[in-house]
Design a protein around this ligand. Sequence first.
Ligand code: HAM
Length: 448
Amino acid sequence: MSEKKEKIVAIKGMNDILPADAPLWELFENTAESVLKSYGYQKIVTPIVEETGLFARAIGAVTDIVEKEMYSFTDSMNGDQLTLRPEGTAGVVRAVIEHNLAYDGPKRLWYKGPMFRHERPQRGRYRQFFQFGAEAIGFSGPDIDAELIMLCRRLWDDLGLDNIRLELNSIGNAEERQRHRADLIAYFEANIDVLDAEAKRRLHANPLRILDTKNPAMQDLVNNAPKLLDYLGGESLAHFEGLKKILDANNVQYTVNPRLVRGLDYYNRTVFEWVTDMLGAQGTVCAGGRYDPLIETFGGKPTPGIGFAMGIERLIELMKEQGEPATPAQCDVYLVHQGEDAQTKAFILGERIRDAGLDVVLHCATPAGAGSFKSQMKKADGSGAAFAVIIGEDEVENGVVAVKSLRDSEGGQQQTSVPFDEAVDFIVDQIVGGHDHDHDHDHVHYHP
Ligand code: HAM
């Protein structure tokens, strides 16, 4: 007697990406990679696990991520303190320093992969999520800031996404922020009666975060609070103006949001977020900014940096919101066969058609059996293939195969008997329409 087995499910906040969604993910990743490539960015892959200290130092010890969201653990083999990366910038910067990547000239880099944060899961916010990011290391002017932003705009265009707006701010340098902070605290202290309990708690730890309050009773107060932008010195201002000038000249729409401060400590000067209203509370699909002091704080030679990361799940959601995606086909050709000799022929033909660069699904037996012709044809229809190739005992005997078009809706579905050795040419001709097929296995088969 077997005992009832307990079902094992995925960890809360960590998702499976199922085959039905895979084509959208592929479309996003392929488009993003080709956009990055078109601007000269090169791929970098860093480990998912790093020393815990890397993140504490890069992101900042008193940030939400480091204080309460990191998956940290002790390596039971040697006692090392390790963490599943909560973001990608720290690891890229570590690798750049470790391999002296930026000392022979600036580098444009991109990466993708899973990140881990122990947040409260909700729509658009997960504990494992995927980011697609870029980091430009060794460039100091506002031109690279503009390039990174325009590269995002191109990606939204290529994906057919509208309804994403750009919010921009400059948070100056550490000294400018310090002066602003002192005035901000003094301003809030002078208005202490208006502050709610949470604001009072944040007053000295992180007064900037008070500006994010949703409390209606505090809106007047925060609207009139000292603005960081007014504390920027000449160089920071010139950088910000330079960026806006390039964006204006290239018709990039943006709003300056003086309250945009970002939740990671490594930023200076330019910060930006791409936001949509179509995804509810988690509408930031891409965020980034400059981190000029970061490399030096890790012991590297002073080297400026700027980058962004996109939340892929959120962008996939947005792609779904903005239009029913075409149903992708599983293959070009579905091979239907019955009998042992026919199966042998089907395997041989399947390999030959794949050699010609097309994708083939060969019908295989299930616990219910090999399947009648009728049930196999149903599978062929469901696969989205352009053609079914049918091999039965008669076909084997006559040295032919039956090629049936599955897409001709008018006048019924055509079926043609073709000699076995000519089948590949016939099918390639039908599908590619006389053009050379380029053996491109990445092509996606969409129903017309
Ligand atoms: P971040 O704002 O923490 O920045 O994350 C960037 C993007 O990742 C967010 O805008 C969002 O789309 C997505 N994201 C963040 N957390 C989650 C989550 N829990 N679930 C789903 N999506 C999420 C960074 O990570 C910086 N490293 C960006 C950067 C690169 N700055 C400079 N270079």
